[in-house]
Design a protein around this ligand. Sequence first.
Ligand code: DC
Length: 265
Amino acid sequence: MEQASACLHLNFAALAKFKTKQAEACSTDTGIFIALNMASELIIAIDGPVGSGKSTVARRVAELLGYTHLDSGAMYRAVGWKALIENIPLDSPGKLAALASRVRIDLVALDGKQRVILDGEDITDRIRTTEVSHAASVAAVVPGVRHPMVEEQRRAGEQGGVVMEGRDIGSVVFPHADLKIYLDASPEVRAGRRWQELREKGEGADPQTVLAGVHERDRRDRERKMSPLVRAADAVLVDNSAMDAEETARVIVLLAREKSKAAAG
Ligand code: DC
């Protein structure tokens, strides 16, 4: 089987527009493009459960700091989407792992937003359905799926200047991240946000069903054997049940500035 880690690609070439202090390195043998940042730029890990607002908050934090935003969940969603398209049984870890090692995923920053390109096809707008959420969360428990993803996430973020969000960023991907945030909100608030999102997409849903779905995904994320969702011991808990995304992002930016100052001595 082809080496899994060589098949996933994070393409940050388009980031030049909104990042000021960067050079680009291109490894031609793997085709992987990684943005290199100044050593003083931080690795910020934001973890938290579904509906905690990670994506909006992480994107805004990155924008405020001029950093790269990387949504690691999009990689698991891409694998889940492809599994559904190819009718790969979700109860076959081996087939899911084989799939993860053969697909090419490009995360491309375009106008400050991350696009997800799978085998050359832009699937950004197709991976946010309830069906794909389910497939992604099933795929994400498979070690053979997680390994290549984690490898690429590390490669993409190791130079700093990155806000990476997910479930295991502070605990597994970057245990030495400069700043770790564990973002949370009550299940009811999180389900309410998810319900609103679905409504805006024209997908009607029963609030109780959405809440049950949130509990189910929490359970799967927290109880899986490999890289479960946990608050790292040194992560700052930010409960944003009563805060909007902008307030939450600004709190995190303040914490990041403190860290930068401390690092500068
Ligand atoms: O954040 P999200 O809902 O887009 O993530 C999709 C799925 O991937 C979700 O079930 C959790 C999983 N995931 C993970 O296991 N590890 C990550 N670092 C990010 C997401």
